[in-house]
Design a protein. Sequence first.
Length: 87
Amino acid sequence: MSKGRVLLIEDEPDVAEAIAWQLDKAGLEVAVASTGEQGMDQSRRGADLVLLDLNLPGIDGLEVCRMIRRQTATNRVPIIIVSARGE
């Protein structure tokens, strides 16, 4: 049985480490990207779920979300927004 694959796109190292640790502890395979560009590259390699911060350097999280949705290979991958942004 293969592990579920989660792509975590988060630029704050402490937050990314804490989330990745919890996901790994839960038995999931975790890939971490710290920029929107890295997240897009990782998403093309496959994921069962994307956890996405909105405040990213370079391409912001909303644009990453739009780009993932536009690609045939990734348009059905669930995306959960994980952000400190208030709105």
